[in-house]
Design a protein around this ligand. Sequence first.
Ligand code: CTP
Ligand code: MG
Length: 225
Amino acid sequence: PKQAIVLVAAGSGSRLGMGVPKAQVRIGDATILEHALRACLASRIDAHVCVVLPPGDDTLRAVVDHSGGPSVTVVEGGVTRQASVRAGLSTLPSTVRYVLVHDAARALTPPEVFRRVLQTLMDGAEAVTPGVAVADTIKSVSDGWVAATPARAGLRAIQTPQGFTLQLLRRVHSETSDADITDDAMLVESLGVPVRVVEGHPEAFKVTTPLDLMLAEALVRRARE
Ligand code: CTP
Ligand code: MG
């Protein structure tokens, strides 16, 4: 395939606090990793899927072996998200044109978000991210004092999958490394390459805290009814 999805699932889930890697945590009948894999496959994008797992995690490796399908491979991740993405990228053949980088923690991401991002790449953008309008007023704060209030209408909460040409993403990952990098679009921005924003989806939220997990459980329960 000319497309690839790097599904990063190598995080520890410290904020979720369940004592196991986040990708092992169940939402209803399946683990976060299984839900995330299903979401990737449900997009029906003809893609090579590379799942990035915590080193030595045989439990998650077995999950991929059972629910992954033929074009799914596994690689061990790193200490930071960026290192995990880089590990995934290193496995992709150079025949891949477009790569989508997706957080497994966004386990319930609807297929339309994957398709929208890929379509925007195919229409010519080099870098694409989904985003949603924010409900809260966001202030930047310094030492406990408000520093600024950016106009809410211009703000977006950024989601994944983020899409890139493989060539560009490989280049930015080889040229930039910084502990404060929280997504791949930031790397591209730092090189001055424009990043297109498309509409995300509320259900593409990231399972980060126990409250997020409750919401995810409610959504899965609703889907089963
Ligand atoms: N991730 C990864 N490798 C890392 C860190 C994060 O593959 N070293 C992945 C996570 O598995 C997750 C995504 O990046 O799917 C977003 O990260 P985050 O929500 O922060 O997950 P964790 O790092 O696992 O959670 P926490 O920060 O609470 O420990
Ligand atoms: Mg993290």
